[in-house]
Design a protein around this ligand. Structure first.
Ligand code: 5GP
Length: 130
């Protein structure tokens, strides 16, 4: 069965899309730790990031860099933090989280509740810097 992220890539489940190329896809995390929290995934279904072949892992890293630099410009932050967990969704993904402080990338803190309009606005702003 397709993962929830493959269903997002295929357009079966809606998302706030940020960017896409032939092999990679980026969209806002639905339960963000901070405004602009983005997930970057390979379109290929692989559970564990470090099981990707070298070429795809390299491509995903370069794609993440492009997205992170756009987040950096779009969202006031000191840095864009990077995290890999994969404890919930078995489809490799990289979290990009705009940081003002270390606490902003704590996955045990309560997630933000943002309106659909806010999420759309954030996604459009990040896209405008790509
Ligand atoms: P992890 O697998 O890295 O532990 O967590 C999965 C992440 O994916 C979580 O931050 C969660 O909010 C996000 N997530 C889970 N399901 C969906 C979804 O359907 N849409 C979006 N945009 N994000 C999701």
């Amino acid at each position: 069965m397709a993962t929830i992220f493959s269903r997002i890539v295929n357009g079966e489940i809606p998302c706030y899309k940020i960017a896409e190329n032939e092999k990679c896809f980026a969209f806002l995390d639905i339960n963000p730790l901070a405004k602009g929290h983005t997930l970057v995934i390979p379109k290929q279904e692989t559970d564990y990031l470090f099981e990707l072949d070298n070429e795809l892992l390299a491509e995903l890293s370069v794609f993440s860099k492009k997205v992170a630099l756009a987040i950096d410009k779009a969202i006031p932050c000191k840095r864009v933090g990077v995290a890999v967990l994969g404890l919930e969704v078995p489809h490799a993904h990289i979290h990009l989280v705009p940081l003002q402080s270390e606490a902003d990338i704590s996955f045990s803190k309560p997630k933000l509740k943002l309106s659909q309009e806010e999420m759309e606005e954030i996604a459009a702003r990040i896209r405008s810097f790509l």
